[in-house]
Design a protein around this ligand. Structure first.
Ligand SMILES: C[S@@+](CC[C@H](N)C(=O)[O-])C[C@H]1O[C@@H](n2cnc3c(N)ncnc32)[C@H](O)[C@@H]1O
Length: 224
């Protein structure tokens, strides 16, 4: 199937799966249920090309070093996890959709990053990881899908070691965007997520817009 056909299928599935939420909700696509089964596998294939830019952005914003232990929540087919594994001591890719992890494992066997990678099938709100077991958590284009944001943020706090860093990267959406263009954050949605981090005890989140790419990205970085 060509990329345009894949995109058309996913646009259709988005329309079927989208819900209605507040304009400010940072998880406004929590109702989207299309990452499992055949759709999940097709979606994973669309997420292989062009993902290096956001992965490098997360690496830069986190200031990733060789001693870091990284957790990528909502890793999809795992581009950012493989890049991290080339740079730091240990990388974990976590995603609740098994088709995403199947594609991630397959690509990892082909590309053979130098560091150790663990793949975990779970959602952000219930992670089977030890307390304070990672120094960096990032999540790329995923938080807008988390059904339980407060639960997910609480879990991020629990698994982060003291002085741990959190970086969230989303596509930057225009207010009123529909379809695939709405899969990201408007500036107020990013601000709203930053406020949730403050409520959860994170220190001074920084919201930054990045101009690269078609629509650009928006990030929220914070430490505990
Ligand atoms: C648009 S994809 C992004 C994948 C990858 N980070 C990338 O940029 O290529 C969103 C991912 O978030 C995952 N996801 C959805 N709900 C989640 C949740 N509650 N916790 C963690 N990940 C979730 C999906 O399974 C999917 O792989």
């Amino acid at each position: 199937m060509c990329t345009d056909s894949l995109t058309a299928v996913l646009v259709w599935s988005h329309r079927v799966g989208s819900g209605t939420m507040s304009d400010l909700a940072p998880n406004h696509h929590a109702e989207f249920k299309q990452f499992g089964g055949v759709f999940g596998f097709l979606a994973a294939l669309t997420m292989i090309p062009g993902r290096g830019r956001d992965a490098r952005l997360a690496i830069d914003l986190a200031g990733l070093g060789e001693d870091d232990r990284v957790l990528d929540i909502g890793c999809g087919p795992g581009s950012a996890v493989r890049l991290a594994a080339d740079l730091c001591s240990r990388a974990t890719g976590l995603d609740p959709a098994e088709p995403m992890l199947s594609v991630a494992r397959m690509l990892t066997r082909l590309r053979r990053p130098s560091g150790e990678i663990e793949w975990v099938c779970a959602g952000a709100e219930d992670m089977p990881l030890a307390d304070e077991s990672v120094s960096v958590v990032w999540s790329i284009r995923s938080v807008h899908h988390w059904p339980d944001l407060a639960g997910g943020i609480g879990e991020v706090r629990r698994v982060l070691a003291p002085d741990g860093r959190l970086v969230v990267v989303e596509s930057r959406s225009k207010p009123g965007a529909t379809g695939l263009s709405s899969h990201g954050w408007t500036d107020p949605q990013a601000d709203s997520f930053a406020a949730m981090l403050v409520d959860a005890g994170f220190s001074t989140p920084v919201v930054t817009t990045h101009d690269s790419g078609r629509s650009g990205s928006i990030s929220v970085s914070a430490t505990i």
